[in-house]
Design a protein around this ligand. Sequence first.
Ligand SMILES: [Zn+2]
Length: 56
Amino acid sequence: MKCPNCETREMVVIQMVVSGELLGLHSCSFCDLRWWETREGILSLAGVLDLASVER
Ligand SMILES: [Zn+2]
């Protein structure tokens, strides 16, 4: 796993479950880029908000 922006491997990963989906929030220690990943790949912020807004 590398940062897609600066390609460092130093990043913080926070995993959480939102609406039954396991999400990883990746935060690059070097360039401060943040992105989300699911089992299916990188998720846009809009996709995360969609998931989080579904009430079950
Ligand atoms: Zn970076």
